[in-house]
Design a protein around this ligand. Structure first.
Ligand SMILES: *Cc1c(COP(=O)(O)O)cnc(C)c1O
Length: 348
């Protein structure tokens, strides 16, 4: 449903439109047949991402969901168990793909703001008994989306990784917002990625591209991933048009994620000051801002609908919980405008 005119869309960082310069890069892209390994732009994008993540190889996929699904398909066989935080995207937002596609079961761990510990992994690992599932894979989400855009500290990633390896588990990192974590923490992507067997970057979230993700890992892992890419219909042809947008984004839209984080903090500060709204600004680590509107007398759905009528998009995440996400197409003025609209509507 379209609002009268969308002024500020904070529903997701997927709401960005390709910029004129990005569209130009797409138009100019050299292309070939991706399935045959002959698309120069896609090959270049994959090399760039493998380099950024310090992995042997990478493969271009249509979406982040497909990156997660293929990783689970490669790492697991039917009947395996996967450990993941209960708030994670693979638990709540991928159509139970682990079960439907890989035939694996996810055991949700109760982390703190989406982050669990090596101890929790240790406790969750099943004994190697005939009647127990085989615990095979652990998945971490950097940053944790529903955890509030929280950053997995490098030490936690390392200790979870050590525990996983000790017990023969593979470790996969959902990197939908890995670069947000990198920019906010100053820790290079490689440093996080060195502890995991597979990970990926999303081109269509904060990076501002229209489509795609790039999944990286060992040469052997990527070989296996390619088989699933074909099987699932994710092998493409002249995908260089899309890859060029990704290359452009990696060259121009990474450092600027810091602005999104500044805008998220600004928004959080304004929202936290509104009577009836509960938000702890110190919880805002990257570009996601969650808040509770119970005290305004409105549900999240009511407030979201009224905001939408004024051209402001803010997502509902529960009966009283809302989520605002900053990105490339929202500036400081937009943040002030959105916050002012929330303040006005909350006042009745
Ligand atoms: C958006 C998202 C995905 C899925 O990415 P798509 O490119 O939209 O398929 C996976 N994990 C997390 C944490 C996400 O936020």
């Amino acid at each position: 449903m379209s609002p009268p005119a969308i002024l500020v869309d904070l529903r997701s960082d997927t709401q960005t439109r390709p910029t004129p310069a990005m569209r130009q890069a797409m138009a100019d892209a050299p292309v070939g047949d991706e399935q045959r390994g002959e698309d120069p732009s896609t090959n270049r994008l994959c090399e760039m991402v493998a380099e950024i993540l310090g992995k042997d190889a990478a493969v271009f996929l249509p979406s982040g969901v497909m990156s997660n699904q293929i990783a689970m398909l490669v790492h697991c066989r039917a009947g395996d168990e996967i450990l993941a935080d209960e708030l994670s995207h693979i638990v709540g937002s991928e159509g139970a793909g682990a079960a439907a596609l890989a035939g694996a079961m996810i055991r949700p761990l109760q982390g703190v703001h989406g982050i669990y510990t090596a101890d929790q992994v240790e406790q969750a690992i099943r004994p190697g008994k005939r009647n127990a599932p085989r615990t095979r894979l652990a998945v971490i989400e950097q940053t944790s989306n529903r955890g509030g855009g929280t950053i997995w500290p490098l030490d936690t990633v390392r200790s979870v990784s050590e525990k996983a390896r000790q017990h023969g588990l593979a470790l996969h990192m959902d990197g939908a917002r890995l670069l947000n974590a990198v920019v906010a923490s100053g820790v290079p992507a490689k440093d996080y990625a060195q502890y995991v067997d597979s990970t990926w970057l999303d081109l269509s979230k904060g990076l501002g591209g229209p489509i795609g993700s790039v999944l990286a890992g060992s040469a052997e892992f990527i070989e296996q991933a390619w088989i699933w890419k074909h099987r699932l219909g994710g092998a493409m042809r002249q995908s260089g048009i899309l890859a060029a947008a990704g290359i452009y984004a990696l060259e121009h839209h990474v450092d600027r994620l810091a602005q999104d984080h500044d805008n998220a903090r600004l928004f959080a500060k304004r929202i936290a000051a509104i009577p009836g709204i509960v938000l702890d600004p110190s919880r805002v680590e990257t570009n996601l801002v969650f808040f509770d509107v119970r005290g305004t007398g409105l549900t999240a759905a009511e407030l979201a609908a009224r905001l939408w009528q004024q051209g402001i998009g803010i997502g509902q995440e529960g009966k009283y919980r809302m989520r605002a996400v900053t990105h490339l197409d929202v500036d400081g003025a937009g943040i002030e405008q959105a916050a002012a609209a929330v303040a006005k509507l909350s006042a009745g």
